[in-house]
Design a protein around this ligand. Structure first.
Ligand code: HEM
Ligand code: HEM
Length: 178
């Protein structure tokens, strides 16, 4: 089992990062969608804390992912011409959104004067005085980048299925097995 990537295949580290982060981000979205439906109260605030704690893990994970992919370059997507360009742009969009989401989330919370608790281990204190401009900017970016993320993830999954079932190439296989 190879730990590092080669020009043709993903190594174990990149595979683990991909699937653990996919699980983390889909969980963050599911929690966000559910907490949005709740009335203000203890259950909603508990879920806010869970979402924010997991969001901090996401920011650390994306930093590790970017560093790792500098150390061990991921293989180019399978395909040529326009399809290859689209795959590259899709992955770039996923990276930008994976950065924009936790950064804007932290900005919205801290500038809104709310602490970010990390599962009882430590707390990042919110601004003593609310900064309305930064709070609203963070909230807007978090909201609109979130909407965009749903679309880009949906296209990403459909593209993976298209490669597997229509083009019948190794796109899914090389990030799951081998
Ligand atoms: C659960 C559904 C998912 C499936 C079936 C899936 C499938 C795949 C496949 C097959 C590849 C390899 C593409 C290639 O060979 O170039 C890939 C790469 C990638 N996926 Fe996903 N993915 C899923 C979820 C996600 C999520 C939720 C994210 C992030 C929000 C994500 C981000 C990426 C990125 C950035 C790459 C490029 C390779 C890299 O830099 O690590 N994926 N995905
Ligand atoms: C990759 C990381 C993250 C993802 C994918 C994510 C995703 C989301 C999504 C989809 C929403 C619903 C937005 C809407 O349409 O209104 C949301 C809401 C929220 N997120 Fe995040 N988030 C992440 C990280 C964070 C972080 C790090 C924080 C703060 C430390 C945070 C704080 C919040 C808060 C407070 C809300 C509720 C906003 C409201 O309803 O007023 N998020 N998040």
């Amino acid at each position: 089992m190879n730990l590092t990537n080669s020009p043709q295949r993903f190594g174990l580290v990149s595979k683990l990062i991909h699937w653990l982060m996919a699980l983390l981000i889909l969980s963050l979205i599911a929690i966000a969608l559910y907490m949005d439906t709740l009335p203000r109260g203890p259950e909603k605030f508990q879920l806010f804390d869970l979402h924010k704690g997991l969001g901090l893990i996401a920011i650390a994970a994306i930093a590790i992912r970017i560093i790792w992919h500098r150390v061990s370059k991921v293989p180019a997507p399978i395909g040529e011409g326009i399809k290859l360009t689209m795959a590259h742009l899709g992955h770039l969009a996923l990276y930008l959104l994976m950065l924009a989401m936790p950064i804007s989330g932290m900005m919205m919370s801290l500038a809104g004067g709310h602490d970010i608790k990390f599962f009882g281990l430590f707390t990042i204190a919110g601004f003593a005085e609310k900064n309305v401009m930064l709070n609203e900017l963070g909230a807007s970016v978090h909201h609109y980048a979130g909407q965009l993320l749903y679309v880009v993830i949906a296209v990403h999954v459909l593209a993976a299925l298209y490669h597997h079932f229509i083009l019948k190439d190794d796109t899914i296989k090389r990030i799951t097995s081998k």
